[in-house]
Design a protein around this ligand. Structure first.
Ligand code: HEC
Length: 196
């Protein structure tokens, strides 16, 4: 008997996600990464790449060959010019959705927008120091002591890294080009459903 495998339309971003996973694996399999003591920026870049920060914090755009990461907005978060309509209503187990850019996320928490991690002083992390970054990740709160961070930011997983590794990540984030991009505030669930 011949079993014919129907061609299943792959989710639009599967290719991108697989490419990223391959990149992360390649990074893990490459030569021994720099230690935080040797070269914090190289170590931080390795960690940011392997820990998939770009997945959510670097917007996707449509390129000539399909969706690709917008390198001009490397780690700059949800693009301020992309105004999102209300999210689709949750239906049964389909509870979480994201946009083409993969930077706006809706779920039971409302709508969250990924943060600008570049060193821009007004719209990014330009005024932060390494301790602010460490406290933000460890306490899962804005600047370490503000409002709790919303999903899908995986702060509790990132918090499993050592202080040295988090410092290296921050050193790398300081080294990338600042991008002026004011990310919108999150929207509470009731408002998110009603806002046109
Ligand atoms: C699955 C998506 C996702 C991944 C992966 C992710 N983040 Fe986030 N991140 C978010 C979202 C969404 C927010 C905004 C949450 C909010 O507004 O409460 C955020 C917020 C943050 C903030 C808080 C900024 C502020 O101003 O308070 C920092 C810092 C951060 N992310 C760093 C990182 C780093 C570093 C990585 C990789 C190790 C990473 N994130 C991976 C989704 C993600």
């Amino acid at each position: 008997m011949t079993i014919r495998v129907a061609s299943i339309p792959s989710p639009r971003y599967l290719g991108a996600v697989l490419a990223l996973a391959a990149g992360a694996l390649a990074a893990c399999g490459s030569r021994e990464p720099a230690t935080a003591a040797d070269d914090p920026v190289a170590r931080g870049k390795y960690l940011v790449t392997a820990a998939l920060c770009n997945d959510c914090h670097t917007p996707m755009k449509l390129g000539p060959n399909g969706p690709e990461r917008d390198e001009a907005h490397l780690l700059a978060g949800h693009p301020q010019g992309v105004v999102v309509p209300p999210p689709p209503a949750a239906q049964g187990p389909w509870n979480v959705s994201t946009t083409d850019t993969m930077t706006a996320w809706s779920g039971p928490w409302g709508v969250s927008f990924t943060a600008n991690l570049t060193p821009d002083p007004e719209t990014g992390l330009g005024t932060w120091d390494a301790q602010t970054f460490i406290d933000t990740i460890r306490n899962a709160r804005h600047m370490g002591k503000g409002r709790p961070l919303l999903p899908p930011m995986p702060a509790e997983l990132i918090a499993t890294l050592t202080d040295d590794d988090l410092r290296a990540m921050f050193a790398y984030l300081r080294s990338i080009p600042p991008v002026r991009n004011r990310v919108p505030d999150p929207i509470a669930p009731s408002i998110a459903a009603a806002t046109p």
